[in-house]
Design a protein around this ligand. Structure first.
Ligand code: ZN
Length: 456
């Protein structure tokens, strides 16, 4: 049993003062007491929040940060030219390197306020497409990185079987993703065993990559493989993808999905950048989570999610660090609100009158992130996993603002530097703003990156 004592804590009913949170040996919150006196031996923090779940990540892309910002030779540098670089990059990575990069990214996520992550894992094969002796080799590397860092993992093995909506064959870097229904099912069947090797809060789901990479028949099959577990899929990220879907299906991607499938709370649809008002409202009604990755979507020039309409319709959303070009829970929320402001030329957009943007976005992303990961988290309440983040707003100079402004101060101003401590299901892995294993994880990562760059 451990106890965390917070001067101010965001509880389910609102802000509490002098809050003692007890965490049991399994990592769940055992008790929450307000107006407590500080127990001896307790960790003492300034502001305590339920920590966010990062609902979408491809960890290997963290190692590409800084390598893709030079304009290419084509008329328009775009998502598709970025994808060519990404395919070339992933083709040199070894299993050891994939694990080292994942550990570094998971560590940064915890330092940036994410206690858990859904890893959308689509590297399965050797370069060129031959399988490893152990088909779950790279899935196990991701799990090992999660174990090393202590982050809460929901592992999502990805099905990737074709090169476009028209069913064309895979090519180039895509060969490392390739599977067919039989090999995907064999991989998914290994997930319970992999999760069992991690702490009890770990989980898994399935991830048909996109309507580009998965046939309609395969998608129907995947939706039935683990009907109570999370199902994540990229959708409507790029306009070219919309055109391809319309050419083959005759309708738009989200429109098709909502009509053909029982889209429900276990679905997390990643990006949803390009939707009509009817699609936006239909998705909101479904109870599915819109998996928004605003920093990556800005970096890749995807477009702007219709957040105002979606939130007005009561839609669930969460945020993901996706390409990991920049890992920051607060910056994802900031970018989400700023993109709406820039499009509409207004100020606070994603809140109703009298509400603060930081408050609406943070509470929304807590609920949506927990739903997307299928994780019992998102509130400081007895029985939930102790996924907690502490901010030192006092040291950062924001203390006189009071707790009502704490989320706005973090999201719109203080950023990652304000994170002092983080617990993933009770595992206290960030202390004083640094991950407890930072030195070893960062030095291994640096050596790997140097070696990768020699071969890239
Ligand atoms: Zn993605």
């Amino acid at each position: 049993m451990q106890t965390i004592f917070a001067r101010r804590a965001l509880l389910a009913r609102g802000w509490g003062h002098d809050v003692a949170v007890s965490v049991d040996g399994s990592g769940r919150i055992a008790d929450v007491v307000e107006a407590a006196s500080r127990p001896s031996g307790a960790s003492s923090v300034d502001v305590l929040l339920p920590a966010l779940s990062n609902l979408h990540s491809h960890t290997f892309q963290r190692a590409m940060a800084g390598l893709t910002e030079t304009r290419g030779p084509s008329q328009h540098d775009s998502f598709w030219t970025w994808r060519e670089v990404m395919y070339r990059f992933l083709d040199v990575l070894t299993p050891d390197e994939i694990e080292a990069i994942a550990a570094f990214a998971f560590m940064e996520m915890q330092e940036a306020g994410f206690s858990a992550v859904a890893e959308f894992h689509y590297l399965h094969n050797r370069p060129g497409g031959a399988g490893y002796d152990n088909p779950a080799e790279l899935s196990q590397r991701i799990a090992a990185a999660a174990a090393e860092t202590g982050i809460g993992l929901t592992l999502l093995p990805v099905h990737y079987a074709q090169g476009g909506v028209d069913g064309r064959p895979l090519a180039g870097g895509q060969m490392r993703f390739r599977n067919d229904l039989a090999s995907f099912e064999a991989l998914a069947a290994r997930m319970p065993q992999i999760a069992a090797g991690l702490p009890a809060d770990a989980g898994w789901g399935v991830a048909p990559h996109s309507l580009r990479a998965v046939s309609r028949d395969d998608l129907r099959h995947l939706a039935a493989i683990a009907p109570d577990r999370p199902l994540h899929m990229h959708i409507a990220e790029q306009e070219k993808e919309l055109e391809e879907t319309r050419a083959v299906f005759g309708v738009r991607p989200v429109e098709w999905l909502l009509f053909e499938h029982d889209v429900s709370a276990r679905w997390c649809l990643v990006h949803c950048t390009h939707m009509t008002p009817a699609e936006t409202e239909g998705l909101a009604r479904s109870g599915a989570v819109a998996g928004l990755c605003p920093v990556t979507e800005a970096n890749l020039g995807d477009g702007i999610f219709d957040g105002r309409r979606y939130l007005s319709a009561g839609g669930f959303f969460g945020v993901g660090s996706d390409s990991n070009i920049r890992i920051s829970a607060s910056e994802e929320l900031r970018q989400l609100e700023y993109s709406q402001r820039l499009r509409d030329r207004l100020r606070v957009v994603l809140a109703d009158p009298g509400q603060s943007a930081g408050d609406v976005l943070y509470r929304g992303a807590l609920a949506g992130g927990a739903r997307a990961l299928g994780r019992d988290t998102g509130a400081i309440e007895t029985g939930r996993w102790a996924d907690l983040v502490a901010l030192d707003l006092d040291a950062a100079g924001y203390a006189p603002l009071g707790e009502q402004a704490a989320l706005d101060a973090w999201v719109f101003s203080a950023g990652n530097a304000a994170v002092s401590d983080l617990w993933s299901a009770g595992r206290h892995r960030v202390r004083g703003g640094r991950h407890v294993a930072r030195e070893a994880i960062a030095s291994r990562y640096r050596a790997c990156l140097a070696s990768i760059l020699e071969r890239f």
